[in-house]
Design a protein around this ligand. Sequence first.
Ligand code: BT5
Length: 262
Amino acid sequence: MTSDGTGAISPGPVRFWGERIHYFKEVTSTNLLAKDYASRGEGHGSVIQAEAQTQGLGRRMRKWHSPPGGLWFSLILRPQSPPKGLALLFSLWIIEFLEAQFSLGLHLYWPNDIYCEGRKMGGILLEATHNGGAPLWIIAGIGININNSGAGIPAECGATSLSSHTGAVHPLRPFLEDLLVHLEWNFETALKRGFPAFRDAIEDHCPLLKNMVEIQEIKGARKVKALGIGDEGQLVIENRSKEREEIWSCERVRLLEGPTQP
Ligand code: BT5
């Protein structure tokens, strides 16, 4: 089932994730709308997609610029027991989906950034609503610059798009449908096998590891060595006192050596 720019559902290709794609011309944020749909009972695998967002959200309330031409959508997930490290997993699965078709040498910057040649092509915003222990639902907000040029995204974001690397225009609807099949298959695998089954692939794509990085935390920035990814998606580092530490969240991680990152 797909819809026509107003969110109304009409018949379309059938597959569980993406069976219900609510498509809008313009919304504030697909994550905000998806939360609203979820609170009114919308099921697992439903998608809210928009051609443009006026208040697209990144992590920590940062702005996500969302002009037409990009793929901006949110998935409603209702797993009984969600896999750990889900933002990393989604980032990996999107990278693998893109690499299988375009071989761009994409990088995954912990915890949720998709980069191409040192510039950001996409990001994931995961938001969970809990009622006690298990989440009632998780919203996986996914933004990928596909056909949008630099217009509408400030230069300081260091953004890039898929089409600027492939030289082609990629029709968004078939792209989304194929991506959803890929994501659903991987998500089911993660439910059965857990985060560790994907850890090696994540580490292979993450240029931060084995390098010196700057971690920006609320208390300030510090230089540490990134060692690896833990069993639940946490970043394992060696601090200046040569002790191992686990980082579960922070403002930003910046690579200080190796491939460039704006
Ligand atoms: C993210 O946050 O990367 C998560 C982005 C998730 C966006 C999707 S779109 C569909 C769904 N609905 C929403 O409202 N959100 C989700 P973060 O790691 O905090 O990165 C945010 C930073 O990326 C900003 O501070 C900018 O520097 C940069 N940025 C903003 N828009 C960008 C764009 N279109 N392309 C590349 N970089 C961008």
